[in-house]
Design a protein around this ligand. Structure first.
Ligand SMILES: Cc1cc2nc3c(=O)[nH]c(=O)nc-3n(C[C@H](O)[C@H](O)[C@H](O)COP(=O)(O)O)c2cc1C
Length: 395
């Protein structure tokens, strides 16, 4: 067992927040801030977590609760847990095992993993690592030719759904990435890199792992016809050239011919539009506060979307989930399931697969305990009557 694995297994790591300082010590500041940070003033990033404090519980006490059933069903799959692992781009930069480790950990826990288009590992290897369902998150980077090839590979490899992210017409401005010289480190010449090297060299363990892993990988799942795999350095420019419009979503549907989840819905109007366009599910999401700053926290947008959807398709949410109580609150407000992003990515950066396993286990025990304390034996029995919600939230 490595030192970082021992650290995350220590009894002192009791909640997701405890992974954060361990992750900070394991990876360079530029990598940590890429994971931890948000867009512009980080207003939405902070709000995503803070608003969970505005929702309080209404428990049923003096009730004998024999067990706690944490199962949920998404897209026809029975999951042992009501949270899925969200797509997190560049996971391989956080730890060489990256996306493969996260997929394996999700499968072992009986839940699903969503692989980002911006993956450092081949989608076939990620699928092979997981014993559970795996979905593919799609950006149209590299144009429709590259997307079509990616979709065909995802289908052949056995991915069960496409998760199409609609909130990224351009990459959000994450100011920490600029200050840390992410652009210079990825694509600058040697002289431009120099000012930013000390923070990299201060993490020799990470540098050794990174170099042994082959350094900066190409994107093996974005293969541009006639040009080959896209280099990491082209991601931002390519995102801006390949906006996912509703018309593009129609095209994706025709090519894929399977279930589609629309990720990045924040209003009732977009939810209705996603239903009209044939989505099987939507995720109420602001991309973890990494895209347009000053949009509402995902939890605040959830009631409006649930009302607009009116039970027609599954509603998921993501943004700010750090505890089991957060997950329960989202379910009480109508979410079928939630996606966790940073909650497992801190674990990955802290200790690779062992960190992801531990993060999942912490959330699982949180859920089990919270349900029992609420006096409820099953997630499926949760509803609005278990929470108090601020009066000004649209219901
Ligand atoms: C480092 C990082 C990279 C991300 N990359 C992607 C991505 O490639 N595609 C995508 O749809 N969402 C991406 N997201 C957003 C997550 O899927 C999810 O919406 C968000 O993390 C939820 O917020 P949370 O981190 O507070 O749980 C990323 C999030 C983080 C933190």
């Amino acid at each position: 067992m490595s030192r970082s694995q021992r650290r995350v297994a220590s009894p002192r790591v009791v909640c997701i927040a405890d992974f954060r300082p361990i992750a900070y010590r394991q990876v360079p500041k530029s990598v940590f801030d890429y994971l931890d940070g948000g867009a512009e003033g980080e207003v939405t990033l902070r709000e995503n977590c803070r608003v969970f404090e505005d929702v309080t519980f209404r428990p049923r006490h003096a009730v004998a609760v024999s067990g706690s059933d944490l199962h949920t069903r998404v897209l026809g799959f029975d999951l042992s847990l009501p949270f899925l692992l969200a797509p997190v781009g560049y996971s391989r930069m956080m730890h060489p095992s990256g996306e493969v480790a996260a997929a394996r950990a999700a499968g072992k826990a009986g839940t699903a993993y969503i692989l980002s288009t911006i993956s450092g590992h081949k989608l076939e290897d990620v699928k092979a690592a997981s014993s559970g369902p795996v979905f593919y998150q799609l950006y149209l980077m590299g144009g429709r030719g590259a997307a079509e090839a990616g979709i065909a590979r995802a289908r052949a490899a056995g991915f069960s759904a496409l998760v199409v992210t609609i909130d990224t017409p351009v990459a959000g401005i994450r100011e920490r990435d600029f200050r840390n010289g992410m652009k210079e480190l990825l694509s600058g010449g040697p002289l431009q890199k120099i000012p930013f090297l000390p923070q990299i060299l201060s993490r020799p363990g990470w540098v050794a792992r990174f170099l042994m892993d082959g350094g900066l990988p190409m994107l093996p799942n974005v293969v541009v016809p006639g040009r080959g795999p896209m280099p990491l350095t082209d991601v931002a420019a390519s995102l801006a050239e390949s906006t996912v419009t509703w018309a593009a979503l129609r095209w994706v549907r025709e090519v894929w011919q399977g279930p589609i989840v629309v990720k990045g819905v924040l209003t009732g109007e977009d939810a209705r539009r996603a239903i009209d366009e044939g989505a099987a599910a939507i995720s109420v999401s602001n991309h973890g506060g990494r895209q347009l700053d000053c949009v509402p926290a995902a939890l605040c947008a959830l009631p409006e979307v649930v009302k607009a959807v009116n039970g027609q398709i599954e509603v998921w949410m993501d943004g700010g989930i750090r505890r089991g109580t957060d997950i329960i609150k989202a379910i009480c407000l109508g979410a079928r399931a939630v996606l966790c992003g940073r909650a497992y990515a801190y674990g990955l950066a802290a200790a690779g697969e062992a960190g992801v396993n531990r993060a999942i286990e912490i959330l699982r025990t949180d859920l089990d305990r919270t349900l029992k304390l609420l006096g409820c034996s099953s997630l499926s029995a949760l509803d609005r009557s278990y929470v108090n919600v601020p009066k000004n939230w649209e219901i």
